[in-house]
Write a protein that binds this ligand. Sequence first.
Ligand code: 5GP
Length: 131
Amino acid sequence: MASIFSMIVAGDIPCYKVAEDDRHLAFLDINPMAPGHTLVIPKREVDYLFDLPEDEYVALELFALKVAKALKAAMPCVRVAEAVLGMEVPHAHIHLVPINSESDVDFRHKLSLPGDEMASIAARIAAEFGK
Ligand code: 5GP
């Protein structure tokens, strides 16, 4: 069975998309640690990030670099944190989280934001990504 993220790639499940190219997709985490918390994935389903072939791993990180720059421009913060867990969804992904202090990275602290706010945040990041 396809992962939930493959269903998002296929358009079978909606997401708040922030960026895309032929091999990668970035969209808002449904339960963000902070507004703008973004997931960056390869469209090809591979469970564990560090099982990706080197070229695909590097391409994913280069895509994440561009997303992180757009995220920082759209959601002013001290840093954009990058994290890898993969404990919940078996489809490789990178978390990008706008943070102002170390304590902002806490996977036990998740938000549920209204849909219109998520859509507006995604649009802001997408606009920066497109510049
Ligand atoms: P991890 O696998 O790295 O432990 O966490 C997976 C992340 O994916 C979680 O932060 C969770 O909130 C997010 N997530 C799980 N299901 C969905 C979904 O259907 N849509 C989106 N946008 N995010 C999801």
